[in-house]
Ligand binder design. Structure first.
Ligand code: AMP
Ligand code: MN
Ligand code: MN
Length: 321
């Protein structure tokens, strides 16, 4: 953390980015970080490869997020909530580094420490939880704007403080963020109790065609489904949680056909079953209970490969129900 503080203090113009297929922790950490640095008088550009989802567009500063690359004047590059460099997508590629320092801030256990300086804490339930400590280390007081962005990541990555990754620290941070002016119920409402009609139709299809295969409950989404129902690809994430709620499922998986034809794999597991090794074997990453990977097409081949890996994992794991 000390090296990170020094890098930030020495910077004038900062370029910050978060991961493709963004979630609440990606957007919350990106915006929270930018607001913290602006308190220090820094100029900050915020970038995401994909347009900001309606779920997060109300967050303060979300309108300033664009799919832009760093300018030659930026003297510090920052990666937030990304386990691998290539998860930043088109906004930051190796050519963009140009000898500049890259500050990497993340909480994925599979993180490859790709930064010049790495703030990696796999015990943190969200990147936003780490940023709370960073704000303290930088002596930046929390205001309602910073607190709202950070609490969004804390709440979404813990699914409302329900995941195995949630610790007393997550709750302490949330408490401090509420004291600083963040509205917990409003954040929960937008994150968990808000959907579109088209997306609920997609959910119905995904549930209708789910298959339980020896402890693995899986389903899939094709580009045809998305076109037929009018759901943008970026809005098709987050359905795997329904499958994982099933008692008989030790692991839940959703296969999604991406716009570039590749297959995005979202996996969830019950406590006691770690997906980290399977995710790494598939070239992906994530957390023990929530991981993913992106595989080449076709869908059937990707599915067979993942299901084989998961059955191998389950054959070597005993879990008490
Ligand atoms: P998701 O299922 O998309 O919500 O992702 C669950 C977790 O797995 C997140 O922490 C992601 O960062 C990680 N993850 C998902 N897809 C990939 C991927 N293609 N490569 C690396 N990590 C991934
Ligand atoms: Mn994330
Ligand atoms: Mn995260």
């Amino acid at each position: 953390m000390r090296d990170a503080v020094q890098l930030i203090q020495n910077a004038r113009r900062v370029f910050a980015a978060s991961h493709i297929d963004h979630d609440g922790d990606a957007v919350g950490s990106l915006l929270g970080f930018a607001h913290i640095l602006r308190q220090l008088g820094k100029t900050v550009t915020v970038a995401l490869a994909d347009p900001v989802s309606w779920r997060f567009e109300h967050l303060p500063g979300a309108e300033k997020i664009h799919a832009v690359k760093p300018s030659p004047d930026d003297d510090l590059l920052v990666s937030l909530d990304a386990s691998e460099f290539n998860r930043l997508g088109a906004v930051l590629t190796p050519n963009d580094l140009a000898g500049r320092p890259l500050l990497m801030i993340d909480h994925h256990i599979t993180n490859s420490r790709f930064g010049t300086v790495n703030v990696l804490d796999p015990t943190a339930a969200s990147t936003c939880e780490i940023l709370y400590s960073l704000a303290q280390a930088l002596d930046v007081p929390l205001d309602p704007t910073i607190a709202t962005c950070l609490l969004t990541g804390v709440v979404t990555d813990t699914l409302g403080f329900r995941t195995t990754s949630t610790t007393p620290r997550s709750l302490e941070v949330a408490q401090a963020l509420m004291h600083a002016g963040a509205n917990l119920s409003e954040i929960c409402q937008r994150a968990f109790n808000s959907d579109t009609y088209a997306r609920l139709c997609l959910t119905a299809d995904v549930l209708h065609r789910m298959t339980l295969d020896e402890g693995v409950l899986w389903s899939q989404v094709t580009l045809d489904d998305l076109r037929r129902l009018g759901v943008p690809y970026a809005e098709s994430a987050g359905l795997v949680g329904y499958l994982n709620s099933v008692r008989e499922a030790r692991v839940a998986v959703i296969f999604r056909e991406n716009e570039d034809g590749r297959i995005d794999v979202s996996m969830r597991s019950k406590p006691g079953i770690s997906l980290a090794s399977v995710a790494l074997a598939l070239g992906g990453g994530g957390h023990p209970q929530a991981a993913g990977a992106t595989l080449p097409p076709p869908m059937n081949a990707a599915r067979e490969r993942v299901l084989a890996e998961l059955h191998k994992l389950l054959a070597g794991t005993t879990v008490s129900a």
